[in-house]
Design a protein around this ligand. Structure first.
Ligand code: TPP
Ligand code: MG
Length: 673
């Protein structure tokens, strides 16, 4: 008798189990990682990624792809499994190397490292906030580029998140804002498993999450069984019908689903299951394949390459029709999404900087920044500005800008009082592409946003952060509003450029530098109070761009070097005159960006700061960072205490930021006293 081999057809549970077991095996191999979330969300991921998610594994940069953000980034193996199985450039060996040095499968998903990872996640709450930025960018780009009968921007942003993201305050900032803006292509799936690291969340998280999101103005799909494929399918289908609101799908799930003794407990959250439990899980799931083994029929069912290529081909055909009808817009769209500056940017920026060099009026650097924005905006239609409810103080708006909050065609975002949300939303805008985003708040509140700034730097995003009211110069608002340690502490973040310019021209050059920089973010630290313009020749813009340069006294040997930034440059210049009257030759070095100066070649650094010449540094903030330039035999004039409430001018005198004090310290270090 012939033996006919019959093979059971692949079920959707099998497909989800492939994801589960890749996560289990990878965490086991690394003996480190988080199996619980991938096991709990595998069924949801299968429905989304195989039925609804529009992407092309062969081209993760396709501009009109849907975006997927794993906000609960500890579940990274879920994403790596999805990328691997659907056909991205992530071979099985990378999964075997989960969490190992130089693998493309680090502990938490990292932007740029792994094809298909849209943002770096792990710091809970920021992923969903990035996604709000992505969805907003999609909406604004569609407004700017789509034409009747020609829809070239039309994609969704999907998010997975867990209890942790919802507990984080930033999720309130972001989701409240998304509701107000009606970002209807944002679809968030909540992994409602009742567990976080410390155990059952009842003791610390009892919000009525659906009611909370309904109150934000979201559409909420409640109580979906996150292991019932048909129910998930129906919820996603509903979420994708437009209704003018973002959608939250609340899915009840079991963390570590499939692990016989650890499912439903925090033991499944963040540790390898252990050999015994892994074997029992295989048994329980009926997954009788070896570690990292995925049968061909299951692989074939996951493979999204053909469908993805087809989806992108269809879009390309639409884009070519758009190009035929709107050639200039098509070229501009391609430039914008590639993040290229306009071809004539350099020459137009040169002309604008030359104008800034002639500025006469004494203005605050925050005003100089607004003048820079005004000068750049006509050259850069990708500008997307904003402020956390301090527009009139940060001066981040410009004459022709229009509020995105007021209807279509906006280029300026009133973020409301949401500093952390603003920065992480802005990160999402930068990640999405098509815009050069910037935003403002008071420097003292940069702390609120700090981890978002850190992630911008880690991801190497081109963005500009305007921080005004940069010192005790703030005055009467007092110590709560007077930044002391902020500039110094921002300088500590790797890959974050920090500029504290002293006048109109330094501010203009700093802005240009931030715009042209394409491998990381730039902070501009600006004054509330007016500052005089400093002298210089035609070469001053090029010198400023080196981060530190000789502003005065470069033509002769100096007895002493005076280093200063921002509002203290004028003090140093006045002290130089006083010293000259005493027969002491002082050189003033303006250091608008120590971070940029530190990247200059050693020869240039030594030219600006000749070894052996005594030094005095002055900056109205903590002294720590300055000793590396001043040397231990030099002097640093700063303040290592909180400020006081009084008029700014009085405070400068009270805390010793005067030409006389600079002169005195200079005489002391130069041993003339
Ligand atoms: C801002 C931040 N704080 C703390 C952590 C550490 N952490 C990682 S996962 C987690 C618990 C998250 O709970 P949940 O989102 O419910 O994840 P689940 O256990 O359900 O997978 C914590 C506290 C973090 N990653 N980010
Ligand atoms: Mg949880």
């Amino acid at each position: 008798m012939d033996v006919i081999e019959t093979k059971a057809p692949v079920t959707r549970t099998d497909l989800a189990n492939a994801l589960r077991m890749l996560a289990v095996d990878a965490v086991e191999a690394a003996n480190s990682g988080h199996p619980g979330a991938p096991m709990g969300m595998a069924d949801i991921a299968e429905v989304l990624w195989r039925r609804h998610f529009r992407h092309n594994p062969a081209n993760p940069a396709w501009p009109d792809r849907d975006r997927f953000v794993l906000s609960n980034g500890h579940g990274s193996m879920l994403l790596y499994g999805l990328l691997h199985l659907t056909g991205y450039d992530l071979p099985l060996d990378e999964l075997r190397n989960f969490r190992q040095l130089h693998s493309r499968t680090p502990g938490h998903p990292e932007y740029r490292l792994t094809a298909g990872v849209e943002t770096t996640t792990g710091p809970l709450g920021q992923g969903v906030t990035n996604a709000v930025g992505m969805a907003l960018a999609e909406k604004l780009l569609a407004e700017q580029f789509n034409r009747p009968g020609h829809t070239i921007v039309d994609h969704r942003t999907f998010v997975f998140l867990g209890d942790g993201c919802l507990m984080e305050g930033i999720s309130h900032e972001a989701c409240s804002f998304a509701g107000t803006l009606g970002l209807e292509k944002l679809i968030v799936v909540y992994d409602d498993n009742g567990i976080s690291i410390d155990g059952h969340v009842q003791g610390w998280f009892t919000d009525d999450t659906p009611a909370r999101f309904a109150a934000y103005g979201w559409r909420v799909i409640r109580a979906v069984d996150g292991h019932d494929t048909a129910a998930i399918e129906a919820a996603l289908a509903e979420a994708m019908t437009p209704c003018g609101k973002p959608t939250l799908i609340c899915c009840r799930t079991v963390i570590g689903k499939g692990a016989p003794t650890k499912a439903g407990t925090h033991d499944a959250h963040g540790a390898a299951l252990g050999a015994k439990e892994v074997a029992a899980t295989r048994e329980a799931l009926g997954w009788l394949h070896g570690p990292f083994e995925v049968p061909d029929d299951i692989r074939a069912a996951w493979d999204a390459r053909d469908a993805g290529a087809q989806a992108e081909r269809e879009w390309r055909a639409r884009f070519e029709a758009y190009r035929a009808a709107f050639p200039a817009e098509a070229a501009e769209f391609e430039r914008r999404v590639a993040g290229r500056l306009p071809d004539d940017f350099a020459s137009r920026a040169d002309a604008w900087i030359a104008g800034a060099a002639k500025a006469e009026a004494s203005v605050a650097t925050r005003k100089a920044s607004q003048m820079a924005i005004e000068g750049l905006a006509p050259i850069l239609p990708e500008f997307l500005g904003g402020s956390a409810d301090l527009t009139g103080s940060n001066l981040t708006n410009w004459k022709a800008c229009r509020s995105v909050n007021a209807g279509a065609g906006g280029t300026y975002i009133h973020y409301g009082v949401r500093e952390f949300g603003m920065v992480a939303i802005q990160n999402g805008i930068a990640l999405h592409g098509g815009f050069l985003p910037f935003s403002g708040t008071f420097l003292v509140f940069s702390d609120y946003a700090r981890n978002g700034l850190r992630l911008a730097a880690l991801m190497g995003l081109r963005e500009i952060f305007v921080f005004t009211h940069d010192s005790i110069g703030v005055g009467e608002d007092g110590p709560t509003h007077q930044p002391i340690e902020h500039t110094a502490s921002l300088r500590l973040i790797p890959n974050l450029d920090v500029w504290r310019p002293c006048d109109v021209l330094e501010t203009a050059v700093a802005w240009r530098f931030g715009v042209e920089r394409n491998d990381g973010p730039t902070c501009l630290v600006l004054t509330r109070q007016n500052l005089p313009n400093q002298p210089g020749g035609d070469d001053r813009p090029a010198l400023i761009a080196r981060g530190g340069y000789v502003l005065a006294g470069g033509d002769a040997d100096a007895d002493v070097l005076l280093l200063a930034t921002g509002s203290e440059v004028a003090l140093a210049m006045a002290a130089r005159d006083q010293l000259a009257a005493k027969g002491v030759a002082a050189r003033v070095v303006s250091m608008p960006s120590t971070t940029v100066f530190d990247r200059q070649d050693k020869a240039y650094q030594a030219e600006v700061l000749p070894p052996g010449v005594p030094r005095v540094a002055v900056e109205a903030g903590v002294t720590d960072g300055w000793w590396k330039y001043a040397g231990l035999d030099g002097a640093v004039i700063g303040m290592n205490r909180f400020g006081e409430s009084a008029p700014g001018g009085k405070l400068f005198a009270y805390f010793g930021f005067t030409p006389e004090r600079v002169t005195e310290e200079a005489l002391r270090v130069a041993r003339r006293k």
